[in-house]
Design a protein. Structure first.
Ligand SMILES: [Zn+2]
Length: 349
């Protein structure tokens, strides 16, 4: 298969071909970075967190119309918590993960089972990886929840990829339970390493995600814009899972992941528009690209509005969350999202 989508192809290789040499640890460092820590105060004041969606979303456009596919529910999962045992098998644990997702984040089960329709091992493979990563001493329930986020993230890549006809120049995004959209793949797509060391990069130095996604030579740095959008979607979902089970999460980098991919996508748009106007024009001429950018922007802020109140969902270095939060609010970068709205015909300036 001609592979336009290096990053996604790597993911699929990881799932299908390279099970012996799993690169996931490189691709999703947010799960590695967190360490048990006592909750800190939220990384920003309540005034800063209030009405984020109202501030950043436009009701006339795709982003403002986004309806959250997860809102925290205190729905009991104690039955499954008691069923969990550190000595459980992969099969036992995948059953528990699907059961608790059914209660608090049903879309997660849809994602896993849809991916399993193409690759029956998807859920089990990533469960085994999670148990490997976090099970050094003893695999605990909060680590099972982190693994649920990993499985949803990686099977989410797989579901999109498997349903896509990359050779035909289209990529399918399953954005929510009942919203699917096709995005055009352009042969002239620029690698995302383009944004490494750009004008904005000094605002957040040493971002743990850079060495996986955008640094020269990073495993997926040759990926273009569509795989970067796919990462944005999957990091939104990682946060959605963490948020749904935040009463069981002790630590995570889920907020960092979402803010990082908002920032990467804003910077990519800025860079391509300035350096490759013809490529930018192609991107903006595609309805699927415009709608997907705006939809993901809406999803991120709806999630962040709630998640930012919960310190353990961001990295231990909460100053990094604060820096990322400031970075994505750079007026030049906010303007990139507004340009997409204008191109989509829902805003005038
Ligand atoms: Zn990913």
């Amino acid at each position: 298969m001609v592979c336009f989508l290096v990053g996604i192809c790597l993911t699929i290789m990881r799932i299908r071909v390279a099970r012996l040499v799993c690169l996931w640890g490189l691709a999703c460092p947010h799960y590695f970075d967190g360490r048990p820590t006592k909750p800190e105060t939220p990384p920003m004041s309540s005034a800063e967190r209030t009405h984020l969606a109202e501030r950043y979303l436009d009701d006339r456009c795709e982003d403002g119309r986004y309806q959250a596919d997860v809102l925290y529910t205190s729905e009991e999962i104690e039955f499954w918590v008691h069923k969990f045992d550190p000595a459980n098998s992969v099969e036992d644990n995948i059953d528990i993960v699907k059961s608790i997702l059914r209660v608090r984040y049903p879309h997660g089960v849809q994602i896993i089972e849809s991916a399993e329709a193409f690759d029956s091992q998807c859920g089990k493979f990533w469960m085994a990886r999670g148990m490997d990563i976090w099970g050094d001493d003893e695999f605990l329930f909060h680590e099972l929840v982190l693994t649920a986020g990993l499985i949803v993230h990686e099977c989410g890549h797989g579901w999109n990829y498997d349903a896509s006809e990359s050779d035909s120049g289209w990529y399918t995004f399953f954005l929510s339970e009942n919203y699917t959209i096709d995005v055009r793949l352009w042969p002239g797509d620029k690698p995302r390493t383009l944004i490494y060391d750009d004008f904005f990069s000094s605002q957040v130095v040493s971002n743990v995600f850079d060495d996986t996604y955008i640094s020269p030579g990073a495993p997926t740095s040759a990926s273009g814009f569509v795989p970067t959008l796919d990462e944005w979607l999957q990091y939104n979902r990682s946060l959605a899972v963490a948020y749904a089970f935040h009463d069981y999460i002790r630590y995570a980098n889920a907020i960092d992941g979402v803010l990082t991919f908002i920032w990467y996508n804003q910077r990519y748009l800025f860079r391509v528009r300035n350096m490759y106007p013809e490529v930018y024009h192609q991107m903006m001429s595609d309805r699927g690209t415009r709608k997907t950018i705006l939809w993901l922007w809406g999803q991120s802020w709806r999630l962040l509005e709630h998640a930012l109140e919960i310190p353990q969902l961001g990295s231990k270095a909460s100053s990094q969350v604060g820096k990322l939060f400031q970075a994505v609010q750079n007026p030049m970068l906010l303007r990139e999202i507004q340009r997409v709205r204008v191109a989509d015909g829902c805003a005038t300036q």
